[in-house]
Ligand binder design. Structure first.
Ligand SMILES: [Zn+2]
Length: 51
């Protein structure tokens, strides 16, 4: 049983994790917009993902 979890650590220190990459990307985009007024593309977020 392998449950891969994708993680993104925002430069502000906030860490988001999800098994579903699409959900994680949306979560990160929402966080960046709400907290940093940043519009991140899917590619921007993918570059920040580590597993
Ligand atoms: Zn942040």
């Amino acid at each position: 049983m392998s449950n891969q979890i994708f993680k993104v650590e925002c430069p502000c220190g906030y860490v988001m994790a999800n098994q579903n990459l699409d959900i994680l990307i949306t979560e990160v985009q929402t966080h960046a917009k709400d907290n940093h007024q940043m519009e991140l593309s899917r590619e921007d977020v993918e570059d920040m993902v580590y597993a």
